[in-house]
Every structure is written in C-alpha cells, then in structure tokens.
Design a protein around this ligand. Structure first.
Ligand SMILES: C[S@@+](CC[C@H](N)C(=O)[O-])C[C@H]1O[C@@H](n2cnc3c(N)ncnc32)[C@H](O)[C@@H]1O
Length: 235
C-alpha cells in the first residue's frame, strides 16, 4: 500500500524514552546514528542539540511540516482514546503514571520534532525514505535504531522483515530494534527465524532486556552486531 499522510498515525517518543528503550550509554550517543522510522519522535532534535550525529529516515518526511503538524493534532485525540480504552495493556508508572502524563510527554516530543524539522531537513538530518530500501551508503552508521515499526506491525510480512533487516545490516554496524512484540501483545512470529538467519551469516543477534516498559511485556530489544565478513571494504 502506498504511504499517505491520511494512513499514518503520527506518534513520536521522547529522547529519554529512546535512551531507555535502546539502553543507550554515553558511548552509544557519541556514535554516528541512524534512526529508522523515527517519524515525529524528538530523538533527532534532542541528540543534535547535545552535539550528536544522527540521520532519521521515514516516509513521513516527504510532507511539509505544516501538514505533518496538522496530521499530528488530528490523530492525537483518537490515539489517546484508544490508549484509554485499552489502559490495562500498558504499565502506568513514572515517568508515565497516567494518561495525562502520556499526552503531555508525547505531544511535547512531537512539537519538539515539528520545530526542528525544517532546519533538520535542510541539514540532511531528516531523509524521506522507506524500508526496505534506504538511500544510504554501506555501513554509513555505527548504530541504527528502529523503534515501534519492525516486529510491531506483523502485517508487513516475513519477507518485508527479512529485507528490511538486511538493509539495516547493510547501512549500519550495529542495529537495535524495539519492541519485539506485535500490536496484539504477542512476541513477533518472525523473531526466531530472523535471529537464526542472522546467526547463520556470522552476525551476533541477541535479545536484550531494556529498562523501558510501557506496552505491557515490551521490555526487550533485538541487538544485531553485523558479521565482520559482511563488512564493506571502506565506509
Ligand atoms: C509508530 S511510529 C514510531 C515513531 C518513532 N520511531 C517512535 O517510536 O516514537 C512508526 C513510523 O514508521 C514509519 N514508517 C511507515 N512505513 C515505513 C517504512 N516502510 N520504512 C520506514 N518507516 C516507515 C511511519 O511513518 C511512522 O513514523
């Protein structure tokens, strides 16, 4: 299905949520980072302010900031109603103890993105692109992060997941994907096969617990260290 603004529900997380979802250390934050499917998250804006090096990719970035902003405001009440209706599926504790805090944190993150987007687009920090094909060079990044896209949307299919993860392994030395649950709260049906395939090529693929849990049970990421044998000759 072609990507349209009407079909996407823009929902972006904060810098602090990214740090905890991916168990990012100071060392990690000093790496060259690709944020894939970053949408309206604040990670790029905040990391850039802290002096980090990051590029975010998302098909959403093909749209002007006014249209993205309008779509965020339009989709916001629906998402909040859905969360409220399924409140038991989430863990309500600090820093998100209740629905008001959720709305405040997410809207503030998305507004941080909207404010940063025009300058970031000009600087090449936001690139309109979609998996499974990214307009990036081999091992351009030390670390690629993918939050709330792969594994979560199992309807994308096994082949899409295989191709998307192969593409991330082409552009980055290490990949972290969070969460490993589908929207229905069950562990992704694709995870075991993908780990087995990665390990058969000599890459190290591990499920690692992280200090973040909002969707109940979603507290693990997949960390892939791409095999040295697949390392491009020059970065
Ligand atoms: C639920 S949002 C997650 C945003 C952000 N990563 C976060 O956790 O706050 C999923 C994002 O995936 C993006 N997306 C959809 N199709 C994509 C594709 N084929 N490749 C990369 N990103 C895609 C959407 O535009 C949307 O911004």
């Amino acid at each position: 299905m072609p990507f349209t603004l009407e079909n996407v529900v823009p929902w972006g997380r904060s810098f602090d949520e990214y740090v905890r979802m991916f168990a990012l250390t100071e060392d990690d934050l000093n790496k060259t980072i690709l944020g894939c499917a970053d949408g309206p998250a604040a990670f790029n804006a905040e990391l850039t302010r802290r002096g980090g090096q990051i590029v975010s990719c998302d098909p959403l970035y093909a749209f002007p900031s006014e249209q993205i902003d309008a779509r965020i405001r339009e989709a916001y009440p629906t998402v909040m109603q859905q969360v409220q209706a399924n409140a038991d599926d989430f863990v309500w504790s600090r820093p998100i103890p209740d629905i008001e805090a959720l709305g405040r944190i997410r809207m503030s993150a998305m507004q941080e993105f909207v404010a940063d987007f025009p300058a970031g687009l000009i600087a090449g920090r936001y690139v309109a692109a979609e998996l499974p094909t990214l307009p990036l060079t081999d091992w351009q990044f030390e670390l690629a992060l993918c939050s709330h896209f792969l594994f979560l949307y199992d309807g994308l299919g096994a082949e899409f997941h295989q191709n998307a993860i192969a593409e991330l392994c082409r552009v980055a030395e290490e990949i972290r994907i969070f969460p490993l649950l589908q929207l229905d709260g069950r562990r992704s049906a694709y995870l075991t096969t993908i780990i087995d395939e990665l390990q058969s090529t000599g890459s190290i693929a591990e499920v690692i617990e992280t200090p973040y849990e909002f969707q109940r049970g979603a507290c693990e990421m997949l960390r892939i260290r791409v095999a040295a044998a697949s390392r491009p000759i020059a970065r």
